[in-house]
Design a protein around this ligand. Sequence first.
Ligand code: HEC
Length: 486
Amino acid sequence: MFVSAKSGREPTTRTPCVGVRVALVVGSLGVLGVLGCGDPSSDADTQADDSSDTDALRPSWHQDIAPLIHAHCVRCHQPGGVAPMSLHDHDSAAPWAAQMLDEVVAGTMPPWGPRITERCQPDHDFVDDPTLANADVDLLARWLAAGAPVGDPATAAPLPKLDSLALTDVSASFHNAAPYSFEGPGDAYVCFSADLGLTEPRFLDGIEVLPDNEAIVHHVLVWVTPTPPAEHPGPWDCPPGAILEGAWLLGIWVPGASPTVFPEGVSFAVPAGAHVILSYHYHPPGPGTHTDRSGVALRWQAEPTPWLGAFALLGLHPEPDQLLDPPFMIPAGASDHPETVAEPWPVDEVSLFSIGTHMHYVGRDQLISVQRPGQSLADADCLLHTPAWDFDWQRLYQIDRPLEQLPTLGPGDTVWMDCRYDNTLDNPGVARALSEQGLSDAQDVYWGDSSLDEMCVGLVGVAWPLAGPDPDPDPDPGPDPGVPGR
Ligand code: HEC
């Protein structure tokens, strides 16, 4: 079923010096966190100012670290940003120096799923990969070891300019009919819909979620349906991870994410009468009444584009013959349980422009590969590996190639989704899902929509050229919308 939606590296296994480890432990106490392996001064600023040996001051915040942190972290870690603390200046960043290194070394910050691993070396990169180069990680480690010195503001290195992430040339925006309020501290999963007001088909190439109360909007899925949903305009309950049947998924928003933009020359044909559905996960910081009225901005192309695009979910309803080892069941207590779903590519040849993995809370590692006709499974082409799956940071990764050079998916190809699950209380996702359901012991987990069910799904963004300059002027998505080559 068609629905709507960079290259990383394996987390480095460098071991910070012993002092760094100590600093990690005391880091939560604030400025003590800057204790490194060097001078055990507890005040990086004083240490920096008092030193007459300028070499001892490097790497320093103003000379070396600030440009790095601004390029990779400050988009989220700034006052009013989505992250819980700012890292934009020395005063706010220095107390976090140890945790910063720890998160970067672990590969958890900046948030980014794809890794190059022993099992997966795709021959494409992904657009906008924010991962730090090893040399930058070293710099951060040496800064921490030096006591996180501030350096000289008079000779500060220039800071990179952060481009706006906002969608340009917005055509229309839609909001929920009324603000939505609910009582914390529990999470809420709700859907709203809005009429796009189209009397004729339009060609959509950009979607941006407009979060209102960022403190509670955890993530948002944007769907488009050819007809009004039964519950229109909502709000109505949407289970976490729910897949809306008969709708196209057109975007995933997580904190700090860029808008969903189709590659140049590609658009999605939205039929007349279509509605947009916003599927929210609200995660309030605590008790009390929380209110939000987020929306979505869309960009229409004035003319049909030379390529059409759509997003597809692969392996959504696996039949037993699509499972490597049926039935799909993750036993309670299993810490590394594999499930594999195979999806023979169902339609004509398309070009793959983006890809993402999708599981729920029990998942911890997913790999997507494609087996070409005559190729052995062991030699299948790996497309994406997200070995540190995080439900909270799911997104699509755009392949960094010109349209004509994108990998293809075609008849005879089989797409394999290899998923691994940790169904123990050591998995924070399992602990969270159990507590949401008022349970204390791990449960056997089956395929399904709700938080204690699982999936092993691939998300792909695909495009196909139109034979003539004028694509189907009256796209009729029908029950299996967006299928190319129809
Ligand atoms: C896309 C947004 C985003 C970017 C970019 C980002 N962070 Fe974060 N960071 C967050 C959020 C949100 C959290 C809160 C925890 C979570 O949701 O995972 C966080 C948490 C952290 C924490 C843990 C705080 C704690 O409570 O222990 C550290 C340390 C951190 N980030 C460092 C960094 C560093 C260093 C960079 C850049 C190399 C970076 N982050 C880039 C969004 C971001």
